[in-house]
Design a protein. Structure first.
Length: 171
């Protein structure tokens, strides 16, 4: 059966966008697909999912600098630009069957990347490659271009009750 590559978007204000994308990456890897995960905002923080993905042999590259602030905006913009350039090269390389562009929607939301640049990635995607975009506030044009869109809706979160992020749940 010939694979039909999909553009997939996980967005919304609820928890689970990255978690869903990583679960999909694990499923794809288990099915023999070549998987790459590029994280646009997260930076060099060891987490439970990274340890597990590393143990499986799934290639994850943290390309961001962490939280975007006014003080680090210029550096964040350079980092996002470098991540976008790498994403373009990897998409065109033919080396991958599925690429996750984790938190790329935030890079647009925060003004680190232009909308047109993100939309271009959907047009250069090889026909058999799956391309996954995560992050809140996905562009309406990206949603229109996608084959599969899931919106995570926040109903309740422990942070609302003063419970801090916990290892194994949020990181």
């Amino acid at each position: 059966m010939e694979r039909h590559g999909l553009t997939i978007v996980h967005t919304g204000d609820g928890k689970g966008k990255t978690t869903a994308a990583l679960g999909l990456a694990i499923r794809a890897f288990g099915a023999g697909l070549r998987v790459l995960i590029l994280q646009f905002i997260k930076g060099h923080r060891r987490s439970g999912e990274l340890a597990a993905l590393d143990a499986l042999g799934i290639d994850v590259r943290q390309l961001g600098l962490g939280f975007v602030t006014q003080e680090n905006f210029s550096e964040q913009k350079k980092s996002a630009r470098a991540a976008l350039d790498l994403a373009r090269r990897e998409i065109l390389s033919g080396a991958w069957d599925l690429i996750v562009l984790d938190e790329i929607n935030y890079a647009v939301k925060f003004g680190l990347l232009d909308a047109a640049e993100i939309l271009e990635l959907t047009t250069i995607r090889p026909p058999q490659m799956h391309l996954v975009f995560t992050g809140r506030d996905a562009l309406s044009e990206l949603i229109d271009a996608a084959d599969l869109v899931t919106e995570m809706k926040l109903v309740k979160h422990p942070f609302q009750h003063g419970i801090a992020a916990q290892a194994g749940i949020e990181f």
